[in-house]
Design a protein around this ligand. Structure first.
Ligand code: GUN
Ligand code: FE
Length: 495
């Protein structure tokens, strides 16, 4: 059937009739890009496969496969708060909306019940790899990891570290307690049983889908001592990912600078504590200064672009194009419940709008012509994305491969290639899917016409992709595959 395969920021492959072979480990064995029905038997014979060796699945004309979405930033305990608090900016929103909800996860039974519903919803939204923040509670965060593991999603799960500037009933009593809880959660996640079909390939960590991630909430909520202790844990394991927030809101930035007066910038707080490296995920990055972008690039950190949240909490508009032009890795984040949707499709739409908003702004060179050029010339920046709207290939990349790069998993996921895991969505734009907003691209076999092709000049498959990205929702996600296993989607039934 049809396959959409992201290549880079500028390209994706649209393969109307391809054959993809998944092995018993859930990895992609091979892909034949152009296949007509008659050739399938020949290909199987050439590959040394008998018909009895395989389960053969043929997609409908209104269906296609796309790599699963990667959410590089979300907060599992905030899902119950979605749609609340849009009247606040960040610091008040944390105080009045977010911390009170997160405090409830002290009750591990409440946490288990809530997290089951949360993870089911995130999976069915098409997210196959997710970077989760838990709460500060070790027990609840272990329960979160257990549920993700049981449901079969690929994920990074972190217990929040926060030992200052938080309410009395939602703060860690000491650095020691915070670090002990962190060790406890990391050890718990590493002990989760491997998949029964674990690949024997020693070069990959595929046998484990759920990984720990260090999660200092943000600079404001961590003492120097806590950041130093976390960096010691990080130094002991270079594969351990780190996630935090950076430069989201102007008042947050100003307050951070008063707390860390020895640091010149927000990024400098994390950098001087050794927390910026190739597998650090930095959420928001809306107001980064020039030298902060440089250090982010130099250290190889990834940015989680969270446009829904950035609009909703009135944080600002991230200049993603400029980050991309600098060669900084960027993925998308839903940032629930700063963002009001668990779906990366919503993040895609808001990333598109954010890039259009940036393109409306007067360009710096109009106002400060000489300054701008002196300033930027020595980076020899290739200006491709700055001040332009993100197009479909770029948006698709951010949602898949870009996200995989950000969480240092692009060797495993983010696109279809032999040796990578089969993490995929089976998308249906058929009227049977029940979402009338994209029926227009359905192939009508009886009438022999393809409606909705309009004047776009795009092929049918590309038209289906665009409609899904801008009008689709979970009704159009029939199956969600992680490591070759169906773990959710519309067609999925509870075992
Ligand atoms: N900064 C610190 N904590 C949070 C959070 O929970 N959400 C967002 N959006 N920003 C934060
Ligand atoms: Fe966040």
């Amino acid at each position: 059937g049809a396959i959409i395969n992201p290549v880079d920021l500028h390209h994706y492959q649209a393969l109307p009739q391809a054959l993809i072979c998944i092995d018993t480990y859930g990895d992609i064995a091979w892909i034949e890009e152009h296949v007509s029905d008659a050739l399938v038997q020949d290909i199987m014979a050439r590959r040394g496969l008998l018909e009895s060796d395989v389960d053969f699945v043929q997609l409908e004309k209104s269906e296609f496969l796309i790599p699963g979405f990667i959410d590089t930033h979300t907060h599992a305990p905030q899902v119950p708060n979605m749609g609340a608090g849009q009247q606040y900016e960040l610091l008040d929103w944390l105080k009045y909306v977010t911390f009170p909800m997160e405090a409830r996860f002290k009750d591990t039974n409440f946490a288990k019940k809530t997290y089951k519903a949360v993870i089911r919803r995130v999976i069915d939204s098409g997210t196959t790899t997710c970077c989760y923040y838990g709460t500060l509670h070790a027990e609840a965060t272990k329960a979160l990891a257990d549920i993700i593991h049981r449901y079969g999603q690929r994920a990074f799960v972190g217990k929040c570290n926060m030992n200052r500037d938080a309410p009395d009933d939602y703060i860690e009593s000491s650095t020691e307690a915070s670090i002990a809880g962190t060790h406890e959660v990391i050890a718990h996640i590493k002990r989760l049983p491997a998949l029964p079909t674990a690949s024997p390939n020693p070069n990959t960590d595929v046998s484990q889908l759920v990984h720990p991630i260090l999660t200092p909430r943000f600079a404001i909520s961590c003492t120097r001592e806590l950041l130093t202790s976390l960096s010691a844990i990080a130094a002991g394991d270079s594969s351990l990912r780190i996630q935090t927030h950076i430069s989201e809101n102007v008042h947050e930035i100003a307050f951070t600078k008063t707390l860390f007066q020895e640091c010149k910038t927000y990024a400098d707080v994390y950098d001087t504590h050794g927390l910026l490296r190739h597998n650090t995920v930095l959420a928001h990055a809306v107001h980064l200064e020039e030298e902060e972008m440089e250090v982010v690039k130099r250290r190889g950190c990834g940015i989680s672009h969270c446009p829904t949240s950035n609009f909703n909490l009135r944080s600002g508009v991230c200049k993603v194009g400029e980050l991309l032009d600098r060669g900084i890795k960027v993925g998308l984040g839903t940032d629930v419940s700063g963002g009001f949707s668990p779906s990366i499709l919503t993040a895609i739409r808001h990333a598109s709008i954010a890039s259009k908003v940036v393109s409306f702004q007067p360009k710096p060179e109009d106002a400060h012509h000489d300054h701008y050029h002196n300033h930027h010339n020595h980076h020899q920046q290739h200006q491709h994305f700055a001040d332009k709207q993100l197009d479909i290939p770029a948006l698709l990349h951010l949602a898949t491969l870009g996200g995989a790069q950000v969480c240092d998993l692009d060797a495993r996921v983010g696109s279809f290639a032999p040796g990578k895991a089969f993490d995929a969505l089976l998308v249906s734009v058929s009227s049977k899917a029940g979402n009338p907003s994209i029926w227009g691209v359905e192939v009508d076999d009886e009438l022999g016409i393809e409606r909705g092709m309009g004047l776009s000049g795009k092929g049918h498959l590309e038209r289906m992709l665009e409609a899904f990205m801008f009008c689709g929702d979970d009704r159009n996600i029939s199956r969600v595959y992680v490591q070759g296993r169906v773990i959710g989607g519309n067609e999925w039934k509870r075992p």
